[in-house]
Design a protein around this ligand. Structure first.
Ligand SMILES: NC(=O)c1ccc[n+]([C@@H]2O[C@H](COP(=O)([O-])OP(=O)(O)OC[C@H]3O[C@@H](n4cnc5c(N)ncnc54)[C@H](O)[C@@H]3O)[C@@H](O)[C@H]2O)c1
Length: 376
């Protein structure tokens, strides 16, 4: 999508140029959005919000923000900063409150993944975006990876034929983020690895398969590491134990789900923060009528490899496409801004992200009730 901007105002006269952007959340995710806005000549990063004093001041200096652009709470920022666009990079249970406040003020919203802590809250966000007629988008940065983009082009050009089965997973050996922080509290995170990293793999698989509708989900979840204080991540340390010697762990640390899709296709999804495996792994495997594909990486970024299994002139063949650069958050922000600058915002109200939230919800329900949950 290309922006049609003339004399500082987009076609239809609906957007200012430069767009005034704000970011809520000063953690790793929020900083990816700040970086992305700062690189755009047609966007001015005018405000950031977050509870921590030191990073707020440091990031304010880094991005050249005046003191009047630094806020503690998101509500003051939305009321005072005169924003056009806002990125939400807070603990997951705050995505909906921030998005609803921003949409009510006429501000376009780019939320971090997942959409919300459950599908009901996610649906309320989509509804609010529709009635405000503003863009609601979710930052699924992993679908902008070079390997995913190459595979998507092959799939869209028919190289694999009909994709009838897929496997997607992200498994960590020891990577519970901040054991005892908001990440491992049900009310704040909504869930464990399925909600956190599994949602990226679900998004990637559905995107690659051409957005088939999920019809039924059967899932199981396990919590074998977190409750014993094991499996913590080096990047985000475990919090100090409370008086009883434990840290809060109210979510799963491994989930597996089997998803029935429209047209008879199926998807097997795995996500774990901690498990006794040899090494961390991120993968997508597609099974098509004309070819297959294995996208796999031992780390998360930079080491990916895409194998395409096919036939050439009747001879079984294996191809290794040359991969372009990873798009990451910058591309997710660019795609969001392209939607904001488009002449029509219908269809940009977070509908795709809600389909992911409905599958995640159904998976948790299935695990709890030990039965298949139908979505159709
Ligand atoms: N797409 C990705 O690759 C990716 C990676 C990491 C995290 N995330 C997502 O980004 C979000 C944030 O994750 P993180 O790791 O940066 O978290 P974090 O805990 O490091 O940062 C959260 C920030 O939210 C702020 N916050 C909390 N309450 C607030 C309020 N009332 N007003 C203003 N700010 C408030 C905190 O002060 C903090 O700065 C989560 O939804 C997470 O799932 C996405």
């Amino acid at each position: 999508m290309s922006a049609d901007v003339t004399g500082g105002v987009a076609a239809g006269g609906r957007t200012r140029s430069p767009l005034r952007a704000g970011v809520v959340g000063l953690g790793w995710a929020g900083q990816q959005h700040m970086d992305a806005y700062a690189l755009r000549p047609d966007v001015e990063l005018v405000a950031i919000a977050g509870l921590e004093d030191e990073p707020r001041v440091r990031l304010g200096e880094l991005y050249g923000l005046p003191g009047s652009g630094l806020f503690r709470g998101y509500d003051e920022m939305i009321a005072q900063a005169d924003l056009d666009v806002i990125s939400v990079a807070t603990p997951t249970a705050l995505h909906a409150p921030v998005a609803l406040a921003a949409l009510a003020a006429g501000v376009h919203v780019l939320s971090e993944k997942p959409l919300a802590e459950d599908a009901e809250r996610g649906a309320a966000m989509v509804e609010a975006a529709r009635s405000a007629d503003r863009v609601l988008d979710v930052s699924f940065n992993h679908r902008r990876r070079g390997d995913v983009k190459a595979l998507k082009k092959l799939v869209d050009d028919g190289a694999l034929g009909e994709i009838y089965y897929a496997k997607a997973g992200w498994l960590r050996r020891s990577g519970i983020p901040g054991l005892g922080t908001w990440f491992t509290r049900k009310a704040l995170a909504g869930g464990g690895p399925l909600m956190d990293i599994g949602v990226h793999m679900l998004d990637m698989a559905l995107h690659l398969m051409g957005e088939p509708a999920a019809q039924a989900v059967s899932a199981s979840t396990y919590a074998k590491f977190g409750p014993r204080g094991r499996g913590g991540s080096v990047d985000r340390p475990t919090v100090a134990p409370g008086a009883d010697g434990t840290v809060p762990f109210e979510v799963e640390d491994l989930s597996t789900a089997f998803v029935r899709l429209s047209g008879g296709a199926t998807l097997l999804l795995e996500a774990s923060w901690a498990s006794y495996i040899k090494a961390d792994e991120l993968y997508v495997v597609l099974y098509g009528s004309e070819g297959g594909a294995v996208l796999g990486t031992p780390g998360v970024w930079n080491q990916s490899r895409l194998d395409v299994l096919t036939e050439m002139h009747g001879v079984p063949a294996e191809l290794f496409p040359v991969l372009g650069p990873d798009g990451r958050h910058g591309e997710a922000v660019d795609d969001f801004l392209a939607k904001v600058l488009a002449p029509d915002w219908s269809g940009f109200h977070g509908e795709d992200a809600l389909t992911r939230a409905l599958v995640v919800d159904a998976a948790y329900r299935s695990a709890e009730e030990q039965r298949e949950i139908r979505l159709d």
